[in-house]
Structure formats: structure tokens, C-alpha cells
Design a protein. Structure first.
Length: 250
């Protein structure tokens, strides 16, 4: 068998396997920034020379761990309010001296204390009350408990970690509370050159700002939407409910 015939057979075999897997609901793609959003974010962070990443709403450390998996070796500062998730976050960061975990708490527009709603899926927990649209789209995500949590601001937190020369990337995943976190970071924003945050196309939590309001607020502060990733989809209507947006300074 000549080289051309061999590679032709390999191509046919690859196509057959991919077709069979798709019928089972599995799609195989070559790992690249264009096909994997986690890798895309890591490349943005690494290639643009960010020295420090604030991971706000860290949950159990999944975002930070993915950054490490895809090659980011700079400083990570994770913030998480839920007691159970915080314990797992501390465990995940153990042994990584460049991955720091801030004291347990939430960030917002002003310091204080409040009650956080614990979701059945934990990752959907929020300082805001979840509404019925969210629960319909994600069965089992409703509130299963509450916790008291202290609120600080990024402007209070950041001087403890940011030095004069560091280039900062900000990730916020706070389930509808993203704009409140940003409002508490007005003094820190000039140091931030890029950010990743969830944008809701429909209201999933009571009184949360929607994507257009958040984008307009950030545009006023000198940021523009640079990349977008389809996130939360209603499994019945297939409507996109939430996306992840990457913003950079103009």
C-alpha cells in the first residue's frame, strides 16, 4: 500500500469513528484555543503577560486549576464565600505557593455582611435570590440552605496582593453579582487590563443586571468586549441564558 492509499484509509477510518461517536452524543475536536474556551482564556492570560489573576467566585478552584493545566504559572488569588467550597478550594491550592486563597468571604460594592443562598448545585449559589427561570433550566439548582457571609471589596483586598509592576487579569463568577463586585473595584480597575465574567441574557436571579447594562458600564470604564463563549443553555427551549465574556482595555 502506497502512502497516499494509507492516508486515505486513515482519513476514512477517522471519519467513520467520529460519525459513530456523534451518534452517541460525543464530538471529538482537536484541542485548540478556537475549540476550547478554557485553553483560549489561558492563552490570553499567558500570551499577554498577566502576572496576577484574581479568581472571584472560585468555588472549589476549577478555574484556577484549568489555568495551571494550560500553562499559566503566575500568581492566582482565589476568593470564595461558601464554607464547603472554601475547604475544597484551600485543599486544591495546597502545595502551589503561587496560588493564594483569600480569607473566606464575598466581594461587593461595599463592606458589610449578608446571607448567601446555597444552591443544590453549589456553583449556582448567589447573594441574590434565584428565580424560577433558572430553576426550570437547571432542575435541582434551587436553594437548599443559607449561610452568613462577610462582604469586602476588591479595592480593600487587592492592595494585599498587587504590587506596583503587576499586570492584573480579573475573573468574576458570582451568579448575578458581577456588577456589584466591579463597583467595589473602582480604584483597582486602572490596574486591570483584562477580565472574564458571566453575562446573563435573561434574568436568572432577582434584580440582577443583564448583559447590556454590564457591557455599557465596562465600556464607560474603558473596556471592550473581546471574546464571548456560549455558557448556560435552557435544555428545553435551547435558548442561551448566559454567556462568558472576555473584556480588554481599549
Amino acid at each position: 500500500m502506497g502512502p497516499r492509499a494509507f492516508f486515505a484509509e486513515i482519513t476514512v477510518l477517522r471519519t467513520t469513528v467520529k460519525s459513530a461517536l456523534k451518534r452517541l452524543g460525543v464530538d471529538i475536536k482537536r484541542l485548540s484555543p478556537s475549540s476550547n474556551f478554557g485553553l483560549q482564556i489561558a492563552r490570553i492570560v499567558v500570551d499577554n503577560g498577566y502576572d496576577l489573576v484574581f479568581d472571584i467566585g472560585a468555588n472549589c478552584g476549577q478555574f484556577a486549576a484549568e489555568l495551571r493545566e494550560y500553562g499559566y504559572r503566575g500568581t492566582i488569588v482565589s476568593v470564595e464565600p461558601l464554607t464547603a467550597a472554601y475547604a475544597r478550594l484551600v485543599e486544591a491550592a495546597a502545595g502551589d505557593p503561587a496560588w493564594q486563597v483569600a480569607p473566606r468571604g464575598a466581594l461587593g460594592a461595599a463592606a458589610g455582611s449578608t446571607t448567601i443562598n446555597i444552591s443544590g448545585t453549589h456553583a449556582s449559589s448567589s447573594l441574590l435570590a434565584m428565580n424560577s427561570a433558572h430553576e426550570r433550566a437547571a432542575p435541582g439548582s434551587g436553594r437548599v440552605g443559607t449561610e452568613q457571609v462577610d462582604i469586602s471589596t476588591l479595592d480593600v483586598l487587592s492592595p494585599q496582593y498587587v504590587t506596583a509592576d503587576e499586570k492584573v487579569f480579573l475573573k468574576i463568577d458570582t451568579q448575578g453579582f458581577e456588577l456589584e463586585v466591579l463597583k467595589g473595584a473602582l480604584a483597582t480597575l486602572p490596574r486591570i487590563k483584562g477580565m472574564l465574567l458571566e453575562l446573563s441574557l435573561v434574568e436568572l436571579y432577582d434584580d440582577q443586571p443583564l448583559w447590556t447594562e454590564v457591557i455599557a458600564w465596562l465600556k464607560d470604564k474603558g473596556f471592550e468586549l473581546n471574546a464571548i463563549n456560549q455558557g448556560f443553555i435552557d435544555p428545553v427551549s435551547f435558548r442561551t441564558l448566559q454567556v462568558d465574556g472576555v473584556f480588554t482595555r481599549k
